[in-house]
Design a protein around this ligand. Sequence first.
Ligand code: HGY
Ligand code: MN
Ligand code: MN
Length: 400
Amino acid sequence: MGIGEALEDAARFGGGEDGGVTRMAWDRTLFEVYEWLRARASECGFVSRIDAAGNLVVVWAAGEEPAVALGSHLDTVPSGGRFDGALGVLAGFEALRGLRDAGFEPSRPIWLLAFMDEEGARFGTSMFGSKAFVGEDVTHLTGRVDQAGVTLAEAMERAGFDPAEVVGATAIGQVGQYLELHIEQGPVLERNGEQVGVVSDICGLVGLRIRLSGEANHAGTTPMEMRRDALAGAARFIVALRGEMAARETCVGTVGMIEAEPGAFNVVPGAAEISVDIRAIRAEDLDGIERWVEEAVTAIAHEEGLDVAIERIHRLEPTAMAPELVDLLSRSATAEGATHRVMASGAGHDAMIIGRHVPAGMIFVPSAKGLSHNPGEWSDPGDCDLGMKVLRRAVAELAG
Ligand code: HGY
Ligand code: MN
Ligand code: MN
């Protein structure tokens, strides 16, 4: 089965009418696609397990040295694409199967990983699985609540996991290096006609939740000058954020979620809550933007007669990929005849968590129209296959 077919097959799990895929953290659909892959791995003679943090770990046992790990994630954003995350896991599997079929005998174990909840789309707990895998404390996140009012702890328990045992997923000490293949999710490779991106750095991310509080009031009888309209204040901030980010070359900012309370046609919103997602390659830029956000939303709230509360949901520092793996992946791309460039990643990835503990490297394949987190996400099967071959060559060199 080629990668294109495998991706189609995997997209059945959580596939929606709109052609998108929805496999949220701890959902049944995610464990169904895990079992589908475990069955295929077992046919190749690979053992597999699901660890205490919900990570899928497929093992090609060989020798006693630290493992060569490769992988990505199988969870998605709501109605996401079929390539984001899944390509790295399925291409990784195809790479291992190809090596096995060719009689390759690794001198070190090779682990194929699918990390739990990379997206954080359900509980705001991005990189949950990879953080647990490297031994970061994630138990403080188990109280987070999804939009249905289910806590992360309840979701874990419903799926058969004990939140108190997540610490058992720590396994980074058994890993020597980590490689991840992913779609670019941006326009750079397509715009420049290149087939592979070798990632030098992964951007830092800050996630905030901002709550503005004013006064609910009658939409008809309340004069405009008397209103303390929380949603109007949020709207002013959203437009100000877009302007500020457009003025800064090296950063981007997004408000992806907004909620007005009480949420009725004829009520001036008394409260409004928004998400803020900020990305920057340099840590000092992240610091500057967090300061700007606080100053800007506080000034707007003051003018609008609103109270404001800012909650930091997450902050992930930028992570540089290991120079020796940037070099290895560049050589592997050249050896496979792939045109390539070294580039930064504007998206966050599990490699940024793993890469804080062991050398990590990433490669991208082009995304059509730079589109991602959208049912229309698409990468050319030939590019996906070439990316897999580059990954396979690099894994063979590390595990040979
Ligand atoms: O949001 C991101 O950068 C990634 O897709 N989780
Ligand atoms: Mn994603
Ligand atoms: Mn991803």
